[in-house]
Design a protein around this ligand. Structure first.
Ligand SMILES: Cc1ncc(COP(=O)(O)O)c(C=O)c1O
Length: 390
């Protein structure tokens, strides 16, 4: 039987990136004690009150078909949140509720990318980006960013990479894997380049609430001149530690939303009203558990950086946001991939090779902050030990 070309385009874009993690899992299943720093799954439980709302609303009969755009209360909660964030009135016709950032990303890409269009992105980039671009028939155009400048994309490098086929800048702030957070001024400079070349900006902001130290989150959606070309994709997967709820959204111009709805409706025919109610409640309220979770990520990152201070051949810098730290092993002379395999085999620590996130991640490991500080500290001792040995 003949399969569609999209299956060939997506072939091989998945599992090999996770090979170290999969091998770590296999060993753990055989009883080996492993430390997993590989997956960005929040380890904190979500606020009980949100679970109670989901449960109550399900029991109250909010289990019928939902509106294709998302339920009115969920879109109103989003409108309140983005009105507060941007300082402008954002209407409830500027949102589409979708099951998670990943689905939102897919729908956004399908709405603006035609076959052969180029999608620019900072390299390293999140592991599913190549696939989502390829699914839409687009061509990923990674732009390498400098680890020694905090992995920040420069407007001049973006401009150099643009060709007549460039259609979209896909940005991710705070970044997975690098922890870089765009400043308002960087966004304005990058935005000017996007305006000049008439690029869409798809902004993956799934880690927006997780910023550390003095870092302030900023979005291209906040810049009035960029609003109409910006498509924000996000969710409560990380902000409220609820990835299994699949509560996410697109925030964009009314015109974009009108064009995108037929794309999402052909795929989904609406989501689950009781989960939308839970999301609306999550966005409208403040939870001390969430503050504690964020503090934990920050103190784990600080513990990691401190533990590696003074280590030979290996270093790490404090991320500006997100749930990960990039550990630089370039001085060992090994690739991130080779180091991650050795670390797994010789020290029972499971990390992601930087190369799994593009060539820009070469010579790095991505470490997830989703285990307690004691385990992170122990893992760092082992990383330092291996770096000194090789
Ligand atoms: C950068 C980035 N975008 C999107 C996602 C997917 O998020 P969601 O659970 O909302 O689909 C993740 C999950 O790890 C991510 O790291």
């Amino acid at each position: 039987m003949k399969f569609a070309k999209v299956t060939a385009r997506l072939d091989g874009l998945g599992s090999e990136k996770w090979a170290v993690h999969i091998e770590g899992k296999r060993r753990a299943a055989l009883g080996e004690a492993m430390i997993f720093l590989s997956i960005g799954e929040p380890d904190a439980p979500p606020p009980e009150a949100i679970l109670d709302v989901a449960n109550a609303q399900m029991r109250a009969g909010r289990i019928r078909y939902a509106e294709g755009r998302g339920e009115a209360n969920a879109r109103r909660a989003l409108a309140r949140m983005y009105t507060a964030q941007t300082g402008r009135t954002i209407g409830d016709n500027q949102f589409i509720y979708l099951p998670g950032t990943q689905t939102a990303l897919y729908a956004a890409m399908m709405t603006v990318v035609d076959e052969g269009d180029e999608v620019l992105m900072a390299d390293p980039y999140y592991a599913t980006y190549e696939g989502v671009i390829a699914a839409a028939g687009g061509i990923p155009r990674p732009i390498q960013v400098d680890p020694d400048h905090g992995f920040h994309l420069k407007a001049a490098d973006l401009e150099k990479a643009i060709t007549p086929k460039s259609r979209v800048l896909l940005m991710n702030t705070p970044s997975n894997p690098t922890g870089a957070v765009f400043t308002r001024s960087e966004i304005e400079k990058i935005g000017k380049v996007c305006e000049k070349h008439d690029l869409w900006i798809i902004s993956d902001e799934v880690y927006a609430t997780l910023t550390y130290g003095n870092t302030v989150f900023s979005s291209p959606f906040d810049v009035p001149e960029l609003e109409k070309r910006t498509i924000v994709v996000s969710s409560i997967s990380k902000s409220h530690a609820m990835p299994g709820f699949r509560c996410g959204w697109i925030a964009a111009s009314p015109e974009f939303c009108d064009r995108c709805i037929p794309v999402t409706e052909t795929m989904l025919f609406g989501s689950q009203p009781f989960l939308e109610d839970a999301m609306a409640f999550a966005l409208d309220n403040h939870f001390p558990e969430i503050d504690a979770m964020k503090k934990n990520y920050e103190s784990r990152a600080r513990a990691l950086v401190k533990e590696l201070e003074g280590a030979k051949n290996v270093s790490a810098r404090m991320p500006e946001g997100g749930m990960f730290v990039m550990v630089d092993v370039r001085k060992t002379g090994l690739t991130g991939e080779a180091f991650a395999w050795k670390l797994l085999e010789e020290e029972n620590v499971v990390t992601m090779p930087g190369e799994s996130f593009g060539q820009g991640g070469t010579g790095h490991l991505r470490v997830a902050l989703t285990v307690d500080a004691a385990q992170i500290t122990e893992a760092c001792k082992r990383i330092a030990r291996l770096a000194e040995r090789v």
